[in-house]
Structures are given as structure tokens and as C-alpha cells.
Design a protein around this ligand. Structure first.
Ligand code: ARG
Length: 426
């Protein structure tokens, strides 16, 4: 059944090509489509386009449909193009004529916009919850291992002393910026597009303030063309926020893969959390973090892919926009999965001790040595030059004692301040 049925049948090939995987993806939108229908019907009744009885019937029908969504029996059969068509058909089948009135003063264009805005709003909340869990785990690890020193690198060359306290809390604090990005995407999703209809509004006296309130939106997209233009822009904004979280996870995964290598050997995981090789019997590989790195790098490509699809589209609806659903939903699901797996893995991380005892890290304290000379009265530049020359000529004897006195790397990690910042930004 097509909502735009005018008495002829669409060619099968065209049907398959245009619907694509929309039926499957739209299942995620079903409950939001019901919510949009409920708000729209109440508004239609208020402005006199539905009778009280019709509204009661519609609400009852929608409630029954919602039950099938909740119990997992809701399906979108081949005879329907999308979730919007299926729900309108189902409603009309259940309650008769009143069902045929539900589409008054709206279009699938604003319906899909409403669904996506509501879906994104809920999903961002879930992503934020998972980010919080990972943040808490990382902060706990930072506290627990704050005294364990590791080398810091610049240019992948041994640079200055760092610590697991710094390393874990670095990624935790970085997640706060990602939360800020998610909050921005949430704010943008929290605007009601319903009432923009096909993208140019309706001549019925619709009450958009009422649907805005009923759907719990903070505000509405007043301008109908702006509302329609939010298709694509919403997805891109969310993709940027997801990419921000993914960037943090992907960098952390890259560190973990490096630190797990035998040449570094800074950390490990129980063997059950690693993977083996079909030929080399000794292997315990970091496949989880390699896949996390790759999956999160793919998510970081999403804003670019969405930009490419939407860049040359003029204002107003285009079917191209349908393709963005796939990008959006896949990135959200993948990111949630990665956040969960990352938290699980980190809860089992095994941190190695006494890493800096290895002689290859002897120069790690050269800056500390310069600072000591400065404290003894030399200018920084003279101290730097003197020590640099000694190192070059092979005359410098690293002071192993400094390893145990270096304050900067294990000193105040500001863990309390980072926690407070998280709470403020959450
Ligand atoms: N499946 C469509 C989409 O995601 C629904 C809107 C269809 N609108 C239209 N004018 N053909 O964009």
C-alpha cells in the first residue's frame, strides 16, 4: 500500500531500488513515529480537524500498534514503503475512516524529520551514559595506578616521564570535550520540525506550539524550510559528535596496541581477552583494540560521507536524504558497542610495574637534570647547552635517583578537578 497510491503499480525494479533497506532501518523509528502520530492527532483534534471520538479511536489504535513494537511483533512488510505508510495503514485497518485523517496537514517529510529528531535525542542520551561509564572506569584506573611511571614520547622518541595516572586520566578528561559535542548535537536535535509538512508548511491552522510541548522539544524550527533543511544537517551534527568520541577511543586503542607490543610491554590483558594466531603458537594479539581503532576511524569518516551526499543538494526535500539513515544508525550502534567493549576491556587491564628500570629510558630525566642545574643557579639555556654537550659526547651519567624524585609526572593529577569538570559538562 502506497500513501501516494493513485491506481497504478510501481515497477518492481524501481520499487526495490528506491525503498532499499528503509524497511529494516525504519523499525528503529517506529516508536518515535507513534509518538509523532499521537502529538499530531491531539493537535488536529484541538484545531477542529478531528472529533473527540476520532481522537479517542486514533489514540487507542496507536496504543495497540505501540504494543506490537514493544513486544517485537511489529513488522514492515514488502507491501509497504516505510514505517510511516505501515503505521497509517495499520491504524486505518484497526479504526476505519478516522485513520485516513491522520495525515491531514503533514507529509512524510516532516514525519521522518520528527522521528529522526526524537531518535537522535534518545540515542545521544544512551551514548552519554556509556561515555560516563568509561569515564568513571578510567578515572578509577588513574587513581589506582597513579604512581606507576611510563615514558612519554614525542615524535615516537623517548621524551619525558609520564605515568599511568596521567595516561588514564588524559583519556577521561578528553571524553569531557566529547560530551560537550554530544550536548551540542542534543540541543540541535531538540527542535520540533513537525508542521513543516513537505517543507513548505500547511494552510490549515495547525498549532505547532502544542506539538512542540507534547513531544517535549525545547523549541521548534519556526521556519518550515529551515526545518526541512535540518534533514542532513542534523545527521551531520550528530556524526561530528560521534566522531569526537570515536576519535578518543581510536587514539586510546592505538596506544593500547603499541603498549601491548613486546617491545614496549607496558600493559596487558588476561589471555581470555586476547586472540591467537593460526600458525604462531605464542601469540596473544590485541584484536579487540585493532578493531576498535578501525571501527572508530570509520565513524570519523561519517561527517565527510554525509557532507559528500548532501553538499550539492538545494533546499527542500530530496530522496538522497534517505541514504543518511544508514550512516547515522550504523555509527550510533557501532559507537555504543565500542564504548561498552572498551569499558569492559579497561576494567581488566593489567598494568606493568618498574617499566622505567630499562636503560633505554635513561635520558628521560634530562630535563629534570637541567632543572636541577637551574635550581643550583645556572640559566636554563646554559644548563641545557652544558648537558646537551655532555650527552652528545657520551659523558652524561644519568642520575637514576631522579626517577624516584620526579614530581611532575606523578604529582597532582587534578583528578578531583577533572571529575568536577565532568559533572559540570555532563
Ligand atoms: N523514506 C523516505 C526518507 O527517508 C521518507 C520520506 C519520503 N518522502 C518523499 N517525498 N518521497 O526520506
Amino acid at each position: 500500500m502506497k500513501l501516494w497510491d493513485k491506481g497504478y503499480t510501481t515497477d518492481n525494479l524501481v520499487e526495490r531500488f528506491t525503498v532499499g533497506n528503509d524497511r529494516e532501518l525504519d523499525l528503529k523509528l517506529a516508536k518515535f513515529d507513534v509518538q509523532g502520530n499521537v502529538a499530531h492527532a491531539k493537535m488536529l483534534q484541538k484545531i477542529g480537524l478531528l472529533s473527540a471520538q476520532e481522537l479517542t479511536d486514533i489514540l487507542k489504535g496507536l496504543e495497540e500498534i505501540q504494543q506490537t513494537i514493544d513486544d517485537g511483533t511489529f513488522t514492515i512488510e514488502e507491501s509497504f514503503e516505510d514505517v510511516h505508510s505501515k503505521i497509517e495503514h495499520e491504524l486505518t485497518k484497526k479504526i476505519g475512516e478516522a485513520g485516513k485523517k491522520i495525515h491531514t496537514a503533514r507529509s512524510r517529510n516532516d514525519q521522518v524529520l520528527v522521528d529522526l529528531h526524537l531518535y537522535v535525542r534518545e540515542e545521544i542520551g544512551l551514548v552519554k551514559g556509556l561515555v560516563k561509564k568509561l569515564f568513571d572506569t578510567l578515572m578509577q584506573l588513574a587513581e589506582q595506578h597513579k604512581e606507576v611511571l611510563i615514558p612519554g614520547y614525542t615524535h615516537m622518541q623517548v621524551a619525558m616521564p609520564s605515568s599511568f595516572g596521567i595516561w588514564f586520566s588524559a583519556y577521561a578528561e578528553s571524553l569531557i570535550d566529547d560530551i560537550t559535542m554530544l550536548n551540542a548535537a542534543y540541543k540541535i536535535s531538540n527542535q520540533n520540525p513537525l508542521g513543516s509538512a513537505a517543507g513548505y508548511g500547511s494552510s490549515f491552522g495547525i498549532d505547532r506550539t502544542m506539538t512542540t510541548e507534547l513531544l517535549g522539544f525545547e523549541t521548534m524550527k519556526y521556519n518550515v524550510v529551515a526545518a526541512q533543511m535540518s534533514r542532513g544537517k542534523l545527521e551531520k551534527t550528530v556524526a561530528y559528535a560521534l566522531a569526537s568520541v570515536a576519535g578518543t577511543l581510536s587514539k586510546m586503542s592505538a596506544d593500547v596496541c603499541l603498549y601491548m607490543s613486546q617491545n614496549f610491554n607496558f600493559l596487558g590483558f588476561p589471555k581470555e581477552l586476547t586472540t591467537g594466531s593460526s600458525i604462531m603458537p605464542h601469540k596473544q594479539n590485541p584484536d579487540v583494540f585493532e578493531l576498535m581503532r578501525a571501527k572508530c576511524n570509520k565513524i570519523q569518516n561519517m561527517p565527510t560521507e554525509i557532507t559528500t551526499i548532501t553538499n550539492n543538494l538545494t533546499s527542500g526535500y530530496h530522496r538522497d536524504l534517505q541514504l543518511l539513515k544508514e550512516n547515522l544508525m550504523e555509527s550510533i550502534d557501532t559507537l555504543k558497542d565500542n564504548l561498552e567493549v572498551c569499558d569492559f576491556m579497561m576494567k581488566h587491564v593489567q598494568v606493568k610495574e618498574n617499566i622505567l628500570d630499562n636503560d633505554i629510558y635513561d635520558y628521560l630525566y634530562s630535563v629534570e637534570e637541567v632543572n636541577r642545574m637551574v635550581m643550583a643557579g645556572m640559566t636554563f639555556r646554559d644548563a641545557y647547552k652544558t648537558l646537551g654537550k655532555e650527552i652528545l659526547e657520551g659523558n652524561f651519567k644519568p642520575n637514576k635517583e631522579l626517577k624516584h624524585t620526579h614530581e611532575g609526572s606523578i604529582g597532582n593529577l587534578c583528578l578531583k578537578e577533572i571529575k568536577a569538570k565532568f559533572e559540570q559538562n555532563y
